[in-house]
Unconditional design. Structure first.
Length: 224
């Protein structure tokens, strides 16, 4: 068995969301610390890391008066913290409509675990990471088929309304027979606390993730 893939100095993008493998994430980039990073990733065809925030906001803000960041490396900006497990993002669409603004679409790739992190002088985070193995392909069991069927009905409803494939909230191909794909797409679509989305993303058992999602759907009455 080969060693797990490691990446050094991976640029990070902390957000108030969780990106799942196979997921779609549109972003508008306007902060100086990310414009250069995204431009370089786009030119090189390189990924960057999406991590969900546990402290701070998506836009870098100065510390409030009397509440300066006194931690080592404190730079006068509000403290930022984020989860240690994230997802690689690859840029699939890129536009630069005006100076100081980039509009991109990203696809979630492999998950990763941060081993060390560093905040650079201008506020960009980089990390050394180890990639987490992809979910195994597990077919939908009969007792969870309703969860997959409900997602299939949602996709068909959007198609019947004429939503173009490139504007769908889910990326084709639609793998409605795979536990991981169905669970991940529901996790993206359902309104649930960020902490729960993160915990579900970190699970290494796609069948368990789907079972938990199915429970949530049943409580909300979406999947019967």
């Amino acid at each position: 068995m080969s060693d797990a893939l490691t990446l050094n100095s991976l640029p990070l993008f902390p957000l108030g969301t969780v990106l799942y493998p196979g997921g779609l994430l549109p972003l508008r980039i306007f902060e100086v610390r990310y414009l250069d990073m995204i431009g370089k990733c786009h030119k090189a065809g390189a990924p960057f890391g999406i991590v969900s925030l546990t402290e701070g906001s998506e836009v870098r803000r100065p510390s409030e008066a009397g509440n300066k960041d006194t931690k080592p490396g404190g730079d006068g900006f509000a403290h930022e913290a984020f989860n240690a497990v994230g997802t690689l993002a690859t840029i699939t669409a890129f536009a630069n409509p005006q100076p100081g603004l980039m509009v991109i679409s990203c696809t979630g790739a492999q998950r990763f675990q941060i081993s060390s992190r560093e905040k650079l002088k201008h506020g960009l985070w980089i990390a050394d990471v180890t990639c987490v193995a992809n979910d195994q392909t597990v077919k939908i069991p009969q007792d969870l088929q309703g969860t997959a069927d409900a997602l299939g009905k949602l996709i068909k409803s959007l198609q019947d309304r004429g939503v173009p494939t490139d504007q769908m909230p889910l990326l084709a191909p639609y793998q409605l027979d795979d536990c991981s794909w169905v669970a991940n797409r529901w996790c993206e679509l359902l309104p649930m606390p960020l902490e729960l989305k993160q915990r579900l993303m970190e699970l290494d058992n796609p069948l368990l993730r789907l079972e938990l999602v199915s429970d949530i759907l049943e409580r909300t009455g979406i999947a019967l």
